[in-house]
Each structure stands twice: as structure tokens, then as C-alpha cells.
Write a protein that binds this ligand. Structure first.
Ligand code: ATP
Ligand code: MG
Length: 490
């Protein structure tokens, strides 16, 4: 069964020698399996290590922990145990044989051999194991040709794909996620055609998955370097229609009187990829701390309101007026359907979708201080993310046009920096509070207070007065006088 004894340092981490020793003393066979083995061959860093044991995973983990005085977390329901050893999380599980019932993702589980365990894994590249037995330490155990598929960049199920996907439809999303994540500019990973066909046949099985699990996979797809690949595969297999039909409705180009519009699906995917690229560039340049999942959601949904706003105007061609407003209104519903948080993350996505046209619109107009101040006021601390999204939103088949639009966009960015330095509008707080208005004019809570505050805010944003208390107070007094209000005690 063993192929080669490894000489290449894959098992240098001290935990492997330790597990090997303890397993021998306990009289069980143990193997490293799954993602760690795959990532060794791909030269990618692996965060965690999975150990499979022919016997009890929990018992072996506890025996290892006794030797290292490490803390073990035991998950008895799952038959797994986890311990941290020299900074690495190591998970132990007993080898199992699984059989499925059609109505659930939960299998009937029995103890099994290593090979039974490999058979229940999702893909050949995820089913490889390294032996931890003393006799053949480091030997690759690969009954399904995972190493061949890894070299060829192929994602294939160990069993008939209809069975693998029907048993656990989450695997369809995992296939797509791995294809997107493992692909590099040098070598792309493709899902074998039989598998893609099986997905198209099995797409209705998605109904047994919880929305939370689906959303978790979508998040992982969005966080890959080139998310478009995942969304194209979701579309191609018909899974997108089930998961995010609103996105699929962006597909297609309609032509009237010889005039077509952009395919908004392709455009959206290009924008998501550009956001991912620009985030990486900003992180490399030290301008950004980390990738932001919610910015990627904003990119994915930025044009979601286009189908609902599409009109053909014989004079100008296709228009999508107000699509950002319609899109922003759609965001909560989409989050709710996918059981995603309806908290400030959703509000952030909604805000970016709603504002995504503003900076670009400024490019076409003359960039006035007042328009920039209003943008800063509305975007607040999310202005940098909004600007990144808008820059990524510039796409065209004509490269010269992209260069020109980007240059114009840079002017907006410069203006933003200029206005920001002058006026500190980003975290604008009205210098005039409601309490102050009430106390000054001796009036109870009423609409007039809002009206006065609004007048002051507009004056500051329009540059009529400076962003400070003295000028705001003076304006408040003169405006209130024009409304017939009198200062208390005068
Ligand atoms: P990652 O780098 O994303 O952690 P991974 O391959 O380690 O990749 P995990 O989700 O951590 O993926 O799962 C560990 C291993 O468990 C996989 O390599 C695979 O062998 C197996 N596995 C996980 N989920 C499934 C599933 N739904 N069906 C079958 N096997 C699975
Ligand atoms: Mg893992």
C-alpha cells in the first residue's frame, strides 16, 4: 500500500514523531490526512493538521496530551478531539465508514479502516494520507490517485460523483471553492466534466443544506484571489440559481435599435476580482490591514438593482437610473435569505451599494468642494472602501477608456484629500445640538429644531460657513430669527 518514504521534510513538525510513538504504544495505526497532505505537495502553508486513527481518535489525542501536558478539547458528538501543539492545531478522528440517508447530511457512522475513511472524503486530492507508522513513516497512502490529480490540477470525487454529491451536497460548493482557491496564474484547477454534470443533476439536493453552511462557502469563495472563477462555476452548474438568483438575473445583453448594454454579470465578476486585486495591492503597500469580506459582498451586489431599473431611451440608449437605490434596498432581503448577519455588516454593504455611483458621477461633473463634502459626510469612515470599490468599478473593453476614467477618478481622490484636510467632514457632527436649540429659544421638541439643524448642516456641507461652532451658532440665530423665534431672556 505504501508508495514512497518521504525525504522532503513534510513531516518535520515534532508532533508527527510524537503521535507516531504514542500510536505505536497504544497499538493503533495513525495517519496524517486531507488538507495538510495536499498543501505539502502544493507548497502551500497549512494552518491545521488532521490525524486519522484506526481506533479512537479521542483516546489517542488524550494519550498524546498526557505526554505534552497540552490541553485537549473533546467533541464527543463528533468523535473528535483537538489539541494545540507548538502553535499548530491538531485534530484527531477515528477512521470511519459512512452511509447516508437521502433526507439528511448526517451520515450513519461506523468504525472503519483508513481506506473506508478515504472513500468518504470529498475529493481525491483531499483523500491522501501519510503513514505515521514507524515501519513506513511518511509513506503516501493514495488509493484514488490524488497525487496524479494534484499534478494535473484536477478536482475529482473518489466515488461516483452522483453518490458523493447526493450524500452531502455541500461537497458541490467545496469543489467550486477548491477550484477557485487552488488555481494560480501558473496552473488552474478544473473540476472534471463528469463531476460538473453530476452537480447540474444534483442541484436540487442543495435544499437539504442549511443556509448558514451555504453562506459560509460563499464567503470562502469571495475571499479567494479570483472569486469570479467560483461564481462562473456556480452559474455554469445551475447552483447559482438556487443560491443567489438575483445575481443570475444580471446575465445577458439586450439589444434594441442596434444598441446593446454591458453584460452586468461579467462586469460584476470583473469588479469583484478587481476589488480582490486592489485590496492585495493596498495590503502589500501597507495602506490596508487585511482583506474585508464585506467589501467583497458590496462588490458582488453593487449592481444588483440594475435589472429593476433598466430602461431603453431612444435618445441615449440603455439607462439604469437609480439602480444603486434599488440595489441598496435589496441587500437586507438577500442577507436574510442567506441567514447572514443583519447587523452593521449588512448596513455597511447596503451603504456601499447605495453610494457606489457617487464618486464616479463626480468624475463627469466638475468636482466641486460641496459635492466632495457631501460624499465625505455620507460615506464617513467607509470612504476609503467606497473609493476602492468605485475604482474597481471602472471596466471597459476599451483600455484607453479605462485609463482615461481612472485618471479622472484620481482627480476626485485628490480633491477628497484636499477637502478632508481642510474641513474634517468625515466624522461630521453638527456643532448645533437639539438641546442647544431648545435651550436658546425656549422651545419644546418639535420639527423646527430638525429644520434649524438641517439648515446649519447644509450650510457647512455647501461651504457657506466653516465647520465650527461660532459660525454655526451665528447662522442658527439668524435663521431662527427669520422663522420668528426669539432668544430666551431677550
Ligand atoms: P482548508 O485549507 O480549507 O482547511 P481542508 O482540505 O483541510 O482545506 P477542511 O474543511 O478543513 O478542508 O476538511 C479537512 C478534510 O476533511 C478535507 O481535506 C476532506 O478530506 C475532509 N472533508 C471535509 N469536509 C468534507 C465533506 N463535506 N465531505 C467529505 N470530506 C470532507
Ligand atoms: Mg483544514
Amino acid at each position: 500500500m505504501a508508495d514512497t518514504i518521504l525525504q522532503n521534510g513534510f513531516l518535520d513538525h515534532p508532533v508527527f514523531a510524537l503521535v507516531s510513538e504514542v500510536a505505536e504504544e497504544s497499538g493503533v495505526r495513525a495517519f496524517v490526512i486531507g488538507g495538510y497532505v495536499r498543501d505539502c505537495f502544493l507548497g502551500r502553508d497549512s494552518k491545521d493538521i488532521d490525524i486519522v486513527v484506526e481506533g479512537s481518535g479521542i483516546a489517542l489525542a488524550e494519550a498524546v496530551a498526557r505526554r505534552t501536558h497540552a490541553h485537549v478539547s473533546v467533541f464527543r458528538n463528533f468523535g473528535t478531539a483537538m489539541l494545540k501543539y507548538e502553535g499548530t492545531e491538531v485534530e484527531f478522528v477515528g477512521a470511519r465508514r459512512e452511509s447516508y440517508n437521502r433526507n439528511s447530511r448526517k451520515p450513519i457512522v461506523e468504525d472503519g479502516s483508513l481506506e473506508d475513511d478515504q472513500r468518504r472524503r470529498d475529493f481525491t486530492i483531499n483523500a491522501m494520507a501519510f503513514s505515521l507508522q514507524k515501519a513506513d513513516f511518511g509513506a503516501l497512502v493514495d488509493p484514488f490517485g490524488g497525487i496524479r490529480d494534484l499534478a494535473a490540477g484536477i478536482i475529482r470525487t473518489p466515488l461516483d460523483p452522483d453518490i458523493t454529491y447526493s450524500d452531502d451536497p455541500l461537497r458541490m460548493l467545496r469543489a467550486i471553492r477548491f477550484a477557485a482557491r487552488l488555481s494560480t496564474p501558473e496552473r488552474s484547477f478544473v473540476i472534471v466534466p463528469e463531476s460538473l454534470e453530476a452537480m447540474a443533476r444534483m442541484k436540487d439536493r442543495m435544499s437539504i443544506l442549511s443556509k448558514e453552511r451555504i453562506a459560509e462557502e460563499l464567503n470562502k469563495m469571495l475571499l479567494t484571489e479570483r472569486p469570479s472563477m467560483a461564481f462562473r462555476l456556480l452559474d455554469q452548474t445551475g447552483l447559482l440559481e438556487y443560491i443567489l438568483p438575483q445575481l443570475r438575473r444580471l446575465k445577458g445583453v439586450e439589444t434594441v435599435e442596434g444598441k446593446g448594454h454591458k453584460d452586468n454579470f461579467s462586469h460584476t465578476l470583473q469588479v469583484v476580482d478587481q476589488v480582490a486585486l486592489q485590496e492585495r495591492e493596498e495590503i502589500a503597500a501597507g495602506k490596508r490591514a487585511e482583506v474585508n469580506l464585506w467589501l467583497r459582498w458590496a462588490a458582488l451586489l453593487h449592481d444588483i438593482g440594475k435589472p429593476g431599473s433598466k430602461r431603453f431611451d431612444p435618445a441615449v440608449g440603455w439607462t439604469f437610473h437609480g439602480h444603486e437605490v434599488i440595489g441598496a434596498r435589496m441587500v437586507p432581503g438577500i442577507f436574510q435569505e442567506l441567514k447572514m448577519p443583519l447587523n452593521e455588516k449588512m448596513k455597511y454593504v447596503q451603504k456601499l451599494v447605495g453610494l457606489h455611483h457617487r464618486p464616479v458621477a463626480l468624475v463627469d461633473e466638475e468636482v466641486t468642494d460641496s459635492a466632495v463634502r457631501r460624499l465625505l459626510f455620507d460615506a464617513g469612515d467607509d470612504i476609503d472602501d467606497l473609493m476602492l470599490l468605485c475604482n474597481a468599478d471602472i471596466t471597459s473593453k476599451n483600455p484607453a477608456k479605462v485609463v482615461r476614467l481612472r485618471q479622472n477618478f484620481e482627480r476626485v481622490r485628490e480633491k477628497l484629500v484636499e477637502v478632508e484636510a481642510k474641513d474634517a467632514i468625515r466624522n461630521f457632527k453638527n456643532p448645533i445640538t437639539g438641546e442647544y436649540v431648545m435651550a436658546t429659544f425656549g422651545i419644546p421638541p418639535c420639527n423646527t429644531i430638525g429644520q434649524i439643524k438641517e439648515r446649519v448642516k447644509d450650510a457647512i456641507l455647501d461651504g457657506e460657513i466653516g465647520n465650527n461652532f461660532e459660525e454655526a451658532d451665528a447662522l442658527m440665530r439668524s435663521y431662527a430669527a427669520s422663522l420668528g423665534l426669539k432668544v430666551v431672556g431677550q
